[in-house]
Design a protein around this ligand. Structure first.
Ligand code: SF4
Length: 387
């Protein structure tokens, strides 16, 4: 089974008020050299587990990886590639904040092996960007998107966000229309979610953050999917749309329950154990970057949490992630691995009411099902009962 490597860069210029990622607003005070050394050293701890394994993707996420220089990013890519067995189709993605990259920098990322860029545009509306507390303005996004093409990238994604205070369907439509002008092959469209430990979480709990109602959000979701499909994109995951062949390989690893190693502060991993009878292990790193670096320097794995999965947990992971995909879950693979099929009796009503489809040995959510995916996923999970 192919492997992906995720590298977390936890630094941002400024923390956005809605963000609950492991990211820290540090202005220009970025300990780039020290952090890069820590990631390189951490990689050595896993040499035995990943040596010569086929490598399908590397993903630099954050935080804001584009704050780092191409020298640092290149050193990490070289070391990962030197240990593993990179496939010819290797995808190397890097997240870019429009305010933190220019043509020269983008070219230099390409020279060190990055071949896919994901741009955190979020919106082309100045009003929305202001509410979201973003450092980028619409002009920054327009500039960087043009420069990405000029730097020679054909594979790039635009992240967009809807569901912001006082947003209308028209404002969201303009974002989508604008996005299409840049000939991107991939668009991620996320609904703003309110997380507890954020500034937005506090405002929301004090009733100070008005949000679009459920009906409008449902209209936005339906509109997005119809609009982008008309423009030639396939909704291959609940929030992700791609032209054929441009689906994000790295994210597909997560959704298909495959293996990945996470490096850097707070990064998560999912790796098999050496014993074939085991169901794999998950672990995550210390979130605090300073503590992460200190622990690695002391020659210790910077682990915060380790879990050995049992059969039920491994199955739950597969179903939870797999149902996010348009292709759904491969029932035959599941049967081979877990010796279990979903009970069509238990799923009968959901099939009859058009929420899920079972076709060609795949179980998938329908368009109607995607609108209530959270509830459905739990019901589908219930239909897998071990003898
Ligand atoms: S730039 Fe991205 S990672 Fe950084 S704080 Fe904003 S949303 Fe979070």
């Amino acid at each position: 089974m192919a492997l992906g490597v995720y590298v977390h860069i936890p630094y941002c210029v400024k923390k956005c008020p809605y963000c609950d990622f492991n990211s820290y607003g540090v202005g220009k005070r970025i300990p780039e050299e020290e952090y890069t050394e820590a990631v390189l050293k951490e990689l050595d701890f896993y040499r035995g587990s990943i040596e010569k394994r086929p490598l399908s993707s590397i993903f630099f996420g954050g935080g804001t990886p584009s704050l780092f220089s191409s020298e640092s990013i290149g050193k990490i890519i070289d070391k990962i590639e030197g240990i593993t067995f990179p496939l010819d189709s290797l995808e190397v993605s890097l997240e870019v904040n429009p305010k933190t990259a220019d043509l020269e920098k983008l070219k230099s990322f390409r020279e060190v092996g990055v071949n896919r860029i994901s741009v955190g545009v979020q919106s082309f509306s100045e009003r929305k960007l202001k509410i979201l507390g973003r450092i980028n303005l619409p002009d920054d996004s327009r500039r960087v998107l043009e420069e990405i093409s000029r730097a020679g990238f054909v594979n790039f994604n635009l992240d967009l966000m809807y569901g912001v205070s006082f947003e209308t369907l028209d404002e969201w439509r303009l974002d989508l229309e604008k996005a299409l002008e840049f000939n991107t092959n991939h668009i991620s469209a996320y609904c703003l979610t309110i997380e507890d430990d954020t500034e937005f979480g506090t405002l929301y709990s004090q009733n100070k953050l008005p949000l679009p109602d459920e009906d409008l959000l449902t209209d936005m979701i339906t509109f997005t999917s119809e609009f982008l499909e008309r423009a030639g994109y396939t909704q291959y995951e609940i929030s992700n749309f791609a032209k054929p062949g441009f689906e994000c390989r790295h994210n597909l690893l997560y959704w298909r329950g495959e293996n990945y190693l996470g490096l850097g502060a707070g990064a998560h991993s999912h790796l098999p154990l050496n014993d074939d009878l085991s169901w794999g292990m998950r672990f995550s790193n210390l979130k605090n970057p300073a503590l992460y670096m200190k622990t690695v320097k002391q020659g210790k794995k910077p682990l915060a949490f380790t879990e050995f999965l049992n059969k039920q947990e491994a199955l739950e992971d597969r179903v939870l992630m797999g149902l996010r995909l348009r292709e759904g879950i491969n029932i035959l693979n599941l049967e081979e691995r877990f010796g279990i099929r979903p009970s069509t009796n238990r799923l009968g009503i959901l099939i009859n009411d058009g929420f899920i489809n079972i076709s060609d040995d795949f179980l998938q959510l329908s368009k109607k099902g995607i609108l209530v995916s959270d509830e459905l996923i739990l019901k589908v999970l219930d239909s897998f009962a071990f003898e």
